[in-house]
Structures are given as C-alpha cells and as structure tokens.
Design a protein around this ligand. Structure first.
Ligand code: GDP
Ligand code: GDP
Length: 453
C-alpha cells in the first residue's frame, strides 16, 4: 500500500516549505518522476505516532505577484490533491486574511479532500490564538495556530492529520507490540536492548526506504514478535545545533508516540529525576501503556526490605503512573529481564481492552451506592445516568451526567479507583470523560458547523 499523502497548500511566503521541513525532519527530498505528470513534485517522507506518510509541497513556485499565481498554484495543487488523503491550507497569522487565502479556500471547499487550516507564524503566546481566530472566516473549520519555525501546535495538527489516513494494512500482524525503551542518557537503555537481543533472535527492522530517528529491532520470544524502538543510539549522532537536552527529549517523545507500550527505564542509583518525571508525564498524556523498569539493581546495597522502600520512594515521585507495574532488573546480570515481556503482554491486552456497557454500569451502580456523588452548596446533587466505553488504547469511558461541575476532583478519582478495582486495567492509563447535557448539545452543534467535506 502506498504511503498516505498530505498536500500542503497556500500562497507564497506563508511558511509552507518551513512547515514541510519541520514535518519531514532532516529527511531528503524524493523526486517522483512519473509519466503523465506535467511537473515533478517533491515528496518528503515523515511519520507521526505509528503512521508514515508523504508530504507534498505544492509551492516552490515563484510568482511575479499575488494576482497571477492562482492558475499556477491550482495546477500543482490539483495534481497533489488527486492523491492526497488530507490537505493542509497554510496561512500567515501575522499577515491576517488575504484575498489570495480566500480564493484558495473557496477552491478547496469544492474539493473532495478534507482540509485542515494551519495558521502559521503564531509563535506569540499572547497573540497566537487571536491571530488564528481571524481565520474562522475562511469557512474551513477550526483554524489551528502553529509555528513552523518553533514547532508549537504542529503536534496537534499532526494528530488531526493522521485521523484522515486510510486504515493501515495489517502490517501489525508481524509484531505483537511496539515497545519503546525510554529514559535519560546512561540509565542503561542500550544494555537492556542488548539483554533482550541476547535471549532471542533479533533482526533489524526491515522497513524499506526509511531512515528513522530510532532504530527498530524485532525480537522473537515464545512465538511472538516485539518491535523494540530504541532511542539509545541517538546520543551518538546528536546534532550540535540543538543541544543534547532538546534533541533527546523530543526524540523520546516521538518514540513514545510510535509505541504501544513504553518501558520507562529508571536508574536505581539516581532515583526519579525531573527528566524522568517529564517523560512519565508524556507517557500518561499520550495514553501509552507503561512498565517502569528500575535498572542497575545489582549495584544497590540491599537487604530484604530494600525493594519495598525503594518502590515506595520511586512511586511517590511517579504518582501519575500509579497504574504502571514496576520491575527491578539488572541489564548487566540479566536478573528478571526475561519477565519484562510478560508484563508487556499483559499491558497490551489491558490497553486494547473493551468492556461492555452493562459491566461498566454495574461498576457505576456499585460505586454510587457505596458513596453517592456530593451535593454542592445549593443542595444540587450530581447524577450519573450511565457510562459506556467510547474507545480503547487507552480505554476511555464516557460518563453521562446531569452536570459535570457537580463532580469534584475527589469524587472523580474515587470513581476511577472503583473502575480500576473492579476491572483491573493494569499497565494502561484509563480515561474518564464527564459529559453533561448542555455540553453534548454544544458539541453536536460544533461538529455540524465544522464538518468539512
Ligand atoms: P513558502 O513560500 O510558503 O514555502 O514560505 P517559506 O517556508 O519559504 O517561509 C516564508 C518566510 O516566512 C520565511 O522568511 C520564513 O522564515 C518565515 N516563516 C516561516 N514559518 C514561520 C513561523 O512559524 N514564524 C515566523 N515568524 N516566520 C516564519
Ligand atoms: P543508555 O545511555 O541509557 O543507553 O545507557 P547504557 O546502556 O549505555 O549504560 C550506561 C552505563 O550504565 C554503562 O556504563 C553501563 O555499563 C551501565 N549499566 C547499564 N546497565 C547496568 C546494570 O544493570 N547494572 C550496572 N551496574 N550498570 C549498568
């Protein structure tokens, strides 16, 4: 199956090439020389989350002035649109709406391809949203403020982009799970990878034609194949331009996005640092399953109680991953390394698990009968009508209630605990969405207003 294509469209100087460079990272351009196509277009490969795609820039044309470019850009844009899964219209947030943007938008509205509206040059924290807001007027749905130079907003944009891609062919069948090995430099990621590879058969991932930031290794164990995403090698080819911190953490973030399960490697000698917390926070935000792997256990002075004390200490600093199992290992001696993939298997199943509506409502009934929702000062009481699982990976449960604001943090956490106690979900984040009546109506109206087809 050819990779999905994302067409970048917009008048000159809005920052299209800058955006393409950001999306494709440092990858080289590939020029497709197809018969029957009047002009070579330049494709760049990119990926986000677990999707690979191609970005085609319709620009790169120099126009004498704004009034003349439309026919030309149309020709290029038409060709790109013919094969695109989604188009991104780029506009300049600092310049504001321009007649050329309006004509392109009008043309785009007549195309069959879905369009996302990226308002570029919105790096100003104070002004960005207001600058973007002006572009609601183009009638292409929600304007998304981004800065191609700084990178802000581009992650949200890509999240929306990949939603429009056709479902993946079943290339996942080959690997039971994608497992990212994440951690600060020197915690022992490469040593762990080597320990895995030592016990199984490893082959370097055969993805044709791609150079990735992280090297994937396929490891086979008990008839199952795991794709290990390793960010360890990265330090060795660090770019001087960005500095170690910037590169390390962003690559780690990318690897997290591509994974099903993250092995968060912590150094037993250092404990949980601020950087570890940052990575942990991102794992939770991205909704990935996670195993906390405490490495270098061989180097710790210990007696029979140490493991419990250390676990308590580490968990106190990683409280937002309280659902993640923790395992103490030594990549050097191999202690407990063979248990890690077993935990991965469990986490994957829980992450993808679907629970029926009737079971969910049993848990809710039970929870409410033990502890009814609190009443506020006016004596108004929260009511949960029913709940249903809306998606998995991570499991996400919508709770339909009379008024979300009647449910404070304390009660929300209580309900989440009840779900975990009743249903498990070990190793995966669990999302609860509290939906009120008014909110549902507003969402429906908004959906209708912003649907682009
Ligand atoms: P294109 O003609 O649409 O491909 O635009 P370019 O990518 O060549 O960018 C046009 C100009 O806008 C260049 O001077 C860029 O440096 C600048 N530019 C691009 N993206 C941004 C951004 O996010 N913020 C700011 N302030 N300038 C940008
Ligand atoms: P990475 O930067 O996260 O890939 O870490 P490395 O795998 O390169 O390991 C960093 C350092 O920690 C090296 O000096 C390793 O020898 C050491 N190391 C890694 N795993 C262990 C372990 O299980 N026990 C001990 N004592 N040292 C370890």
């Amino acid at each position: 199956m050819p990779l999905p294509v994302v067409a970048i469209i917009g008048r000159p100087n809005v920052g299209k090439s800058t955006l393409v460079n950001r999306l494709a990272g440092g990858r080289d351009a590939i020029v497709h020389d197809e018969p029957g196509v009047t002009r070579d277009r330049t494709y760049r490969e990119a990926y986000w989350s677990d999707r690979e795609f191609q970005v085609v820039d319709t620009g790169g044309l120099v126009f004498a002035d704004d009034t003349e470019f439309l026919p030309l850009i149309r020709e290029q844009a038409m060709l790109a649109m013919a094969e695109a899964s989604v188009a991104i219209l780029v506009v300049d947030g600092q310049a504001g709406i321009n007649a050329a943007d309006e004509s392109i938008a009008e043309w785009l509205r007549q195309q069959k391809v879905p369009v996302l509206l990226a308002v570029n040059k919105c790096e100003s924290v104070g002004l960005g949203n207001a600058q973007a807001g002006e572009f609601w007027g183009l009638g292409l749905g929600e304007p998304m403020p981004i800065s191609s130079v700084h990178g802000s907003g581009t992650g949200d944009l890509l999240d929306r982009v990949i939603d429009y891609f056709p479902a993946k062919e079943n290339d996942q069948a080959e690997a039971a799970a994608s497992v990212a090995i994440i951690g600060r430099p020197n915690v022992g990621k490469s040593s762990l990878l080597n320990a895995f590879v030592g016990e199984g058969r490893a082959i370097v991932s055969p993805i044709a034609g791609t150079t990735r930031d992280a090297i994937d290794t396929l490891v086979e164990r008990d008839g199952k194949t795991y794709r290990l995403i390793d960010t360890a090698g990265i330090r060795r080819k660090r770019s001087i331009d960005y500095g170690p911190e910037f590169f390390g953490i962003n690559r780690a973030f990318k690897a997290i996005r591509r994974s099903d399960v993250v092995l968060l490697v912590i150094d037993a000698l250092d404990g949980v640092t601020d950087q570890d917390q940052k990575l942990a926070g991102r794992i939770e935000e991205d909704g990935r399953a996670c195993i906390i792997v405490v490495n270098k256990w061989d180097a710790v002075d210990k007696d029979s109680g140490t493991i419990y004390e250390v676990e308590k200490e580490l968990r106190a600093r990683l409280y937002f991953l309280d659902w993640a199992p923790m395992i103490f290992i030594s990549a050097h001696t191999g202690q407990r390394v063979e248990k890690i993939l077993g935990l991965v298997d469990v986490a994957v199943v829980q992450h993808q698990r679907r629970v029926t509506t009737s079971v969910i409502n049993e848990v809710i009934e039970e929870a409410v009968s033990w502890q009814s929702p609190p009443a506020n000062r006016q004596g108004k009481q929260g009511k949960i009508y029913y709940g249903t699982q809306v998606t998995s990976a991570p499991p996400t449960i919508a709770l339909f209630v009379n008024e979300p604001k009647y449910f404070g943090e304390g009660y929300r956490r209580y309900v989440e605990r009840q779900f975990r106690q009743g249903l498990g979900f070990n190793g995966t984040p669990l999302r609860l969405i509290w939906r009120g009546k008014r909110q549902r109506e507003a969402e429906r109206t908004l959906n209708r207003a912003t649907r682009v087809k």
